[in-house]
Design a protein around this ligand. Structure first.
Ligand SMILES: [Zn+2]
Length: 145
């Protein structure tokens, strides 16, 4: 997944502000009273829109980018309770059926921006980019359709 140069700058700036502002966990609804809109939820999970969606995922243009976030602060899927697994699975399955890819980075991933476990729900168009030119930074790229 990639951000174009302009959205990458916005993403980096917002993440920096979140980390400076947060006392504990910088994730929305964990340690703060976020004003971010909750699109869907159950007893243990929220679904919210990613503030800065990816531009490209698996070579396709991203149309919508949401996230499933556990309400409880957990850092890995393995910390989920039985109830959290069930409710996570219900949401992931529902959005998968609506055409979203379900994606979570591993704990050791250097690309993971926040420790609070979060799972991306990414809906793409059907058009495969014919050429992707990637600069040195893995998130900055130029694309040609
Ligand atoms: Zn948290």
């Amino acid at each position: 997944m990639y951000h174009y140069r302009k959205t990458r700058k916005t993403y980096t700036k917002l993440n920096k502000t979140d980390k400076e502002r947060a006392i504990g966990c910088p994730f929305p609804f964990c340690d703060d009273d976020s004003t971010q809109e909750i699109l869907d939820q159950n007893d243990t999970m929220y679904v919210i829109a990613n503030r800065v969606k990816y531009d490209v995922f698996e070579g396709r243009r991203v149309l919508d980018h949401l996230m499933i976030i556990p309400k409880r602060h957990v850092e890995t899927l393995s910390e989920f309770t039985r109830q959290e697994w069930q409710q996570f699975g219900e949401l992931a399955g529902r959005y998968e059926a609506l055409g979203y890819n379900v994606y979570a980075r591993g704990v050791a991933s250097v690309s993971r921006s926040v420790k609070h476990q979060h799972t991306h729900l990414i809906k793409c168009d059907d058009h495969q980019h014919k050429l992707l030119i990637q600069s040195q930074h893995p998130y900055m790229m130029i694309h040609v359709r």
